[in-house]
Design a protein. Structure first.
Length: 196
């Protein structure tokens, strides 16, 4: 894909975000990782209530770029090239970013480490999980159309089952949070880390 296409896609994504938080001297880059239905987006929204960040939610951004998404490999590659370009741009402007995507492979997370390094910001990794029966219930509600209005994901139980095998252990220091429990203690730790 050409650099022009990446920049153009990133521009479209930026327009879809609306109001951005005020720039800061040391922006934070928080990467949330987890399977569908584990509560990543809920966690990100709760975090955004506590610290001024822009949430780059891959499901929302995919629909901003592809109104009728196919979830194919080429589409995903184009989406994430644009997202990565946008992350770098925002961080260099001093805007703190939360990346809300599955981020299951270590290779993809390594790429995010490189972005953090180039922008001279600390990368905060968060692994989001929930017990299987909780995830199943959440995905059942989503499939029945009873998901929250701000839930942009279309992933169902079959997608969860398919992706489960591709989860790779996070090799770097990270926070782990179980969204079936009170997430406040982990949020407190991350807020302290952001403000450090």
């Amino acid at each position: 894909m050409t650099e022009t296409q990446v920049v153009s896609d990133a521009e479209r994504l930026l327009e879809s975000l609306g109001h951005l938080p005020e720039p800061v001297v040391k922006p934070a880059f928080i990467v949330v990782s987890g399977l569908p239905g584990t509560g990543k987006s809920h966690f990100c929204r709760r975090l955004a209530e506590r610290v001024p960040v822009v949430i780059l939610e891959s499901d929302f951004m995919r629909k901003a770029l592809f109104p009728s998404p196919t979830y194919g490999i080429e589409e995903s590659a184009r989406l994430f090239q644009a997202i990565h370009h946008l992350i770098e741009r925002l961080l260099k402007k001093g805007v703190s970013v939360v990346l809300d995507a599955t981020n299951l492979s270590e290779r993809n997370r390594e790429h995010l480490h490189h972005i953090a390094y180039r922008c001279n910001v600390r990368l905060i990794l968060v692994r989001v999980e929930a017990p299987l029966e909780v995830v199943q219930e959440r995905l059942r509600k989503r499939a029945e159309g009873n998901a929250l209005a701000e839930d942009h994901s279309e992933a169902d139980w079959a997608v969860f089952q398919k992706m489960k095998g591709s989860v790779q252990k996070i090799r770097h220091n990270h926070f782990a949070v179980d969204t079936s429990r009170d997430i406040t203690p982990v949020l407190d730790k991350i807020v302290r880390e952001v403000n450090r």
